[in-house]
Design a protein around this ligand. Structure first.
Ligand SMILES: Cc1cc2nc3c(=O)[nH]c(=O)nc-3n(C[C@H](O)[C@H](O)[C@H](O)COP(=O)(O)OP(=O)(O)OC[C@H]3O[C@@H](n4cnc5c(N)ncnc54)[C@H](O)[C@@H]3O)c2cc1C
Length: 420
């Protein structure tokens, strides 16, 4: 078994597996190390609701057979109102999707080693030259990529990523049957992806119903684990919040959880730190990429995997140089293509998590009143669109956000907002 490759990737999630697909297509010797065993893959990491949009499916050649249901619209609910927008989408079977990415990469020549838990980078004169896995096993490469999601053992060790617990959003969902997706008192959720903003269900977070066909749906919720809403004395678990919603909302009166179909996981909502260093890049949820409204991580992660593959190609074939300077092209691509306007989008995310319930109802009224493109534009970080959704009453919320987030990014953003 060779212990030297062009590129070694830790983690076979959407980010790592997509990066491996792109590199294998360009004939690079690429190895992916995945901690889970192949028979059960993905088990622990089968965490995602996996709602996505045609742009992702088309850009990355994702086949129809990993789709559970094609959807026609997205619905936003507040405690007493809702807003529906026509928006074609797809709810994927996340496990099938992950297995497809692995299979497809292998067909192009990528090597996968399962049961391989990566623990540390191997460095020489500050350059990353390989990784240690399963205790004392070693493998060497010209470029190493951390794609392990929030675990990020390599990025943390190298000081490239600084994921903070107070910015960690945790989520849980169940696939359910017997869900009433067209209840007369609520929005019609037939072939829709719905997000509900309502602190009575989940303080400091949001809940969702993604229709997966017939009377089945993925039903879940998430929240940011920080002191604003959840103190260490708080003994209500995320499972309790979900159970309470299932008990109280009439759409779930006859609903049953599908055996074994529970998904849970986390992601960070914070500005990215460094993204690369000599011979090394961090992709996917290893560095936070913010998508405020739809929690879209998959598309962002796939795009970051692709940006890393483009950078590796440039460094290995273009300039034959993996210095920190050349690898920083990845950061340029990330900020331009993967998560543009990161600061503005981050602000929008925080406003959505922390605004009070009454503000959510006003948000719905604004969406009914404004141009239909406002929501998509705001989600894409358009400052003008976000401005159209803000009111004087949001000033104190913005002020709190700025004082709690004293990063350069946030301060810079704050200085752009005095006219509200
Ligand atoms: C509850 C929930 C719902 C979500 N819903 C959506 C949604 O509807 N739409 C959407 O677009 N996004 C959604 N997301 C986000 C999306 O799932 C993530 O952004 C995406 O999966 C991240 O991909 P990744 O490749 O960066 O990391 P991951 O998917 O976390 O993959 C990391 C891989 O690395 C492996 N690994 C971990 N540690 C090690 C190690 N030490 N050594 C080797 N391998 C390791 C893991 O087993 C895993 O296979 C959701 C997330 C959660 C938690």
């Amino acid at each position: 078994m060779s212990d030297r490759f062009d590129v070694v990737i830790a983690g076979a999630g959407p980010a790592g597996a997509q990066c491996a697909r792109d590199l294998a297509q360009r004939d690079y010797e690429v190895l992916v190390l995945e901690t889970e065993s192949e028979d059960a893959f993905p088990k622990q990491s089968n965490k995602s609701t996996a709602g996505t949009f045609p742009s992702m499916m088309g850009s990355f050649g994702i086949p129809d057979d990993v789709v559970m249901n094609y959807t026609d619209s997205v619905v936003l609910e507040s405690p007493t109102d809702h807003f529906e927008q026509t928006q074609p989408g797809a709810v994927l079977e996340f496990a099938d999707f992950k297995r497809f990415l692995v299979r497809d990469g292998r067909e192009d020549g990528a090597t996968y080693r399962f049961d391989s838990r990566v623990s540390k980078p191997i460095t020489r004169d500050d350059e990353v030259v390989g990784v240690r896995y399963n205790g004392d096993e070693e493998v060497y490469a010209d470029i190493v990529i951390d794609a392990t999601g929030p675990a990020a053992p390599l990025a943390k060790d190298l000081g490239v990523s600084d994921l903070e617990r107070r910015n960690q959003a945790i989520g849980i969902e169940w696939e359910m049957e017997g869900v009433d997706v067209s209840h007369p008192d609520y929005a019609d959720l037939t072939d829709a992806m719905m997000l509900r903003l309502d602190h009575d269900i989940v303080p400091g977070g949001y809940s969702w119903v993604f229709h997966t066909g017939g009377d089945t749906a993925k039903v879940g919720l998430c929240y940011i684990q920080n002191e604003t809403y959840h103190t260490s004395a708080d003994d209500v678990t995320i499972d309790d919040f979900l159970q309470n919603w299932l008990d109280d909302d009439p759409r779930f009166d006859d609903a049953e959880r599908l055996e074994g179909k529970q998904h849970r996981g986390s992601a960070h909502i914070q500005p990215p730190d460094r993204l690369s260093t000599e011979g090394f890049m961090a992709v996917g949820d290893t560095v936070p990429s913010v998508d405020p409204l739809w929690g879209q991580g998959i598309d962002k992660c796939m795009q970051s995997g692709r940006a890393a593959a483009v950078t590796a190609d440039h460094c290995l074939t273009g300039v034959n140089d993996t210095s920190a300077d050349e690898m920083s092209i990845y950061a340029d691509l990330w900020h331009r293509d993967v998560a543009p306007q990161a600061a503005v989008r981050l602000l929008m995310t925080h406003l959505l998590y922390y605004a009070p319930n009454e503000r959510y109802d006003r948000f719905m009224r604004d969406l009914h009143r404004l141009d239909t493109d406002t929501l998509s534009a705001a989600n894409n970080g358009s400052f003008r669109a976000i401005r159209n959704l803000l009111h004087r009453e949001d000033l104190s919320l913005l002020r709190n956000f700025a004082s709690e987030n004293s990063t350069i990014v946030t301060q810079a953003l704050w200085h752009k907002l005095p006219s509200f």
